[in-house]
Design a protein around this ligand. Structure first.
Ligand SMILES: Cc1ncc(C[n+]2csc(CCOP(=O)(O)OP(=O)(O)O)c2C)c(N)n1
Ligand SMILES: [Mg+2]
Length: 553
């Protein structure tokens, strides 16, 4: 069987419904096979967005997303999207065409050393230099990208290799990937720490995404409040009485207060990112830590004495629950404290002012969210408002570029999520800067019939950078005013999508509802107040006081 056919057959056998890509000379053999294959090809308008779509597909389902680009510029265009997935541990297969083997290193047309280029932004990469190695790369790459701490795998395929014949028996051959090492020997020490703790908190990261059920059970069984990060929204529902909300630069003050008063942190699947955990947010010196992580390189990052459990979040939490049998919660003072803090932190986002406050948009979105709607965000104030205000009910409902903070992620990730979950409504919350980086994907949305709702917080500025300049650079605004923003409604319409212009607070709810009810992509262009800062703002420098904004404490 020809290599290109074998490639699509192996993807289909693994349940891949769609590949996001863009053609070019070295991948024409694969494009030819799409005409015969059940795997859908979705033609994007820029390769970066193919990677973001594969990423959104993967985050919505938990199974790898697949993107495809041609050699040279097609491949380099993928890099930001792959790096975004790598930074957030998302399983992905990135396929690239390559010049023929006999041209490698000869400065051939559209040749780039993609193997080296991808090295620091992938979990693993392959260059196929023998046609028999193509099935090996797909078989092994598929396992590697999902095992342990997930991440993207890149497969570079010289064109002569995908044009060669492959022994069909190899398509079903298994290549072994070792399960990552585990060490759960300290589980009883961890349980003892919990039993002896008067003020425990659970700190949940994105690595706990498959352990939602166990974490809710642990929190409820031992009556322990939960603090989330940007990446873990939804693992415990926002509305759960034990959920204190997110910690970090724009997190909740209640979460910070509790975190700093804790005597024990049970950290599950979190890398203690500098956006969450910094000198300003760190717990007391004598606070102890239990850390459960599948990636041993994370241990020690809390800078506190820790009991480390090396295994995946689901298994580690379950073992901890088993080891806690017979535990009786008797920390009434702490329980009262977090219940009180949680109540204090329930401020209303129903702010009715013109120009429109971003909080109002979040408040109206919350009214339309149910467990089924998927929300993606871009990066900037729009993302932080979303993190701070939205009611997220389940894991994989909230999709955002956390660790890499990639502007332009929101729309393509939404399209990828919609392809993966066609029966769910998908809504993306974006800023006017980020949307202009990827607005060509409105064409993909219309041409491929992938309807999503785009909620644009249009403040006329690169709002997040403006906020830094306003608060810490003496209002010296440089390079942040988006002069000549397009008319976004007309822009959407020019692609065959629809748009609604909103500049009154009272119109936000109806416009959002109308857009969500639409069966074509609808962009709601909401003109928001650029002076409304996302607060609190907690810098890493403890000498800089917390900017509380409207927050009363
Ligand atoms: C690709 C990329 N370039 C630059 C940045 C730095 N950055 C972070 S937020 C931001 C402003 C975003 O502006 P906009 O999209 O309008 O969103 P807003 O903050 O106004 O909601 C910038 C420039 C980034 N995160 N990603
Ligand atoms: Mg903006």
């Amino acid at each position: 069987m020809k290599g290109s056919k074998a490639l699509l057959k192996m993807l289909e056998d693994r349940g891949v419904s769609s590949v996001f890509g863009y053609p070019g000379a070295t991948v024409i053999p694969i494009y030819d096979e799409f005409l015969e294959s059940n795997v859908r090809h979705i033609l994007v308008r820029h390769e970066q967005c193919a990677a973001h779509m594969a990423d959104g597909y993967a985050r919505a389902t938990g199974t790898p997303g697949v993107c495809l680009a041609t050699s040279g510029p097609g491949t380099t265009n993928l890099v930001t999207g792959i790096a975004t997935a790598y930074a957030d541990s998302v399983p992905m297969i990135a396929l690239t065409g390559q010049v023929g083997t006999n041209f490698l290193g000869a400065e051939a047309f559209q040749e780039v050393d993609s193997y080296s280029l991808m090295m620091p932004v992938t979990k693993h990469n392959f260059r196929v230099l023998d046609p028999e190695r193509l099935p090996h790369a797909i078989n092994e790459g598929w396992k590697i990208c999902q095992s342990g701490r997930p991440g993207p795998v890149h497969i570079d395929m010289p064109v002569d290799q995908i044009n060669s014949d492959i022994d069909e028996d190899l398509l079903t051959k298994e290549w072994g990937v070792k399960e990552p090492a585990t060490d759960v020997s300290r589980i009883n020490d961890a349980a003892l720490l919990i039993k002896n703790s008067a003020r425990p908190v659970l700190l949940i990261g994105g690595g706990a995404i498959n352990a939602s059920e166990e974490i809710v059970r642990l929190a409820e069984f031992a009556n322990i409040p939960v603090i989330t990060t940007l990446m873990s929204l939804g693992i415990v529902p926002s509305g759960h009485p034990l959920n204190m909300g997110p910690l970090g630069m724009h997190g909740r003050m209640g979460a910070l207060d509790l975190f700093q008063s804790a005597d024990l942190i049970i950290a599950i699947g979190t890398k203690f990112s500098d956006r969450t955990y910094n000198p300003h947010t760190m717990p007391a010196e004598n606070c102890k830590v239990i850390q459960i992580d599948v990636d041993g390189t994370q241990f020690g990052k809390s800078k506190r004495a820790s009991v480390d459990i090396l295994c995946d979040a689901k298994r580690g939490t379950k073992l901890l629950l088993d080891a806690l049998k017979g535990y009786k919660d008797c920390k009434s003072e702490w329980n009262e404290r977090y219940a009180k803090l949680r109540k204090r932190c329930q401020c209303s986002f129903d702010i009715n002012t013109d120009p429109i406050a971003p909080q109002k948009v979040m408040c109206e979105i919350n009214k339309l969210l149910d467990g089924d709607v998927i929300v993606t965000t871009d990066v900037g104030q729009n993302q932080m408002w979303s993190m701070h205000c939205l009611d997220i009910r389940r894991p994989r409902q909230f999709i955002t570029s956390g660790s890499f903070g990639t502007m332009g992620f929101g729309l393509p990730a939404a399209l990828g999520a919609k392809v993966a979950k066609p029966d769910s409504k998908v809504l993306t919350i974006v800023g006017d800067g980020g949307l202009q980086m990827v607005c060509q994907e409105l064409a993909t949305s219309v041409a491929e019939d992938i309807p999503v709702t785009i909620v644009l917080l249009n403040n006329g500025w690169l709002g997040m950078v403006r906020q830094w300049q306003k608060l810490f650079w003496d209002k010296r605004f440089s390079g942040t005013k988006l002069n000549a923003d397009p008319d976004f409604v007309k822009l959407a319409e020019s692609f065959g999508a629809t748009g609604i212009h909103v500049d009154k607070s009272s119109e936000v709810g109806d416009a959002l509802k109308q857009a969500m009810d639409s069966d074509v992509t609808c962009l709601v262009d909401i003109h928001t107040n650029p002076e409304e800062d996302i607060c609190p703002m907690i810098l890493a420098d403890p000498k800089v006081p917390i900017v509380k904004g409207r927050c009363p404490y």
